[in-house]
Design a protein around this ligand. Structure first.
Ligand code: GNR
Ligand code: NI
Length: 171
């Protein structure tokens, strides 16, 4: 396993629509393992391959609450096949959007079809934080960041802040 650098917005690669994984092979498993290592090192609860500059539909998540417990989940070609009408607001952050947190409204429960680490088709019904995180990660695969769900003004302010932070880093 290897840790890889996480892309920070604004970056055109974060706006790309990722492609389906044609076959779950050793390369894809290595990618998923690298994503898990990168996510744990960054203390995130989820990560999409898009955030590592890999335009493939792979997501990893671990929303386990206890710090000494690992519950890694791997989602390949995840697809939301049902979403509840009922919505809830979560305060979201993103490893590609550092130091910005804001409320995002999303369906409170979803049903998701995907391939697991062994390439086996699975269905998952999720609610709460897991459902929110999965939607956030699938957004990444479609080139969407959580700030894209905010008002135009808030989004503009966020992009300004991110651009400034990048300039400072490169100065
Ligand atoms: O670590 C993360 N926390 C988080 C909190 C609320 C809603 C979504 C997330 S995902 C984020 C990691 C990340 O950027 N995944 O793409
Ligand atoms: Ni994110």
């Amino acid at each position: 396993m290897a840790k890889r650098p996480i892309l920070i917005a604004p970056d055109p690669r974060l706006k790309e629509v990722a492609k389906d994984v044609p076959k779950v092979d050793a390369d894809i498993r290595r990618l998923a393992d690298d994503m898990l290592e990168t996510m744990y090192a960054a203390e995130g609860i989820g990560l999409a391959a898009t955030q590592l500059g890999v335009p493939l539909r792979v997501v990893v998540i671990d929303v386990a609450q206890k710090e000494d417990k690992f519950e890694p989940m791997v989602f390949i070609n995840p697809k939301i096949v049902w979403a509840s009408d009922e919505k809830a607001v979560f305060q979201e952050g993103c490893l590609s959007v550092p130091d910005i947190w804001d409320d995002v409204e999303r369906p409170i429960a979803i049903k998701c079809e995907y391939l697991d680490r062994d390439g086996k088709p699975q269905t998952l019904e999720a609610e709460g934080l897991l459902a929110d995180c999965l939607q956030h990660e699938i957004d990444h695969l479609n080139g969407t960041l959580f700030i894209d769900h905010l008002s135009r003004l808030k989004r503009a302010m966020a992009i300004k802040k991110l651009t400034k932070a990048k300039k400072r880093e490169n100065a």
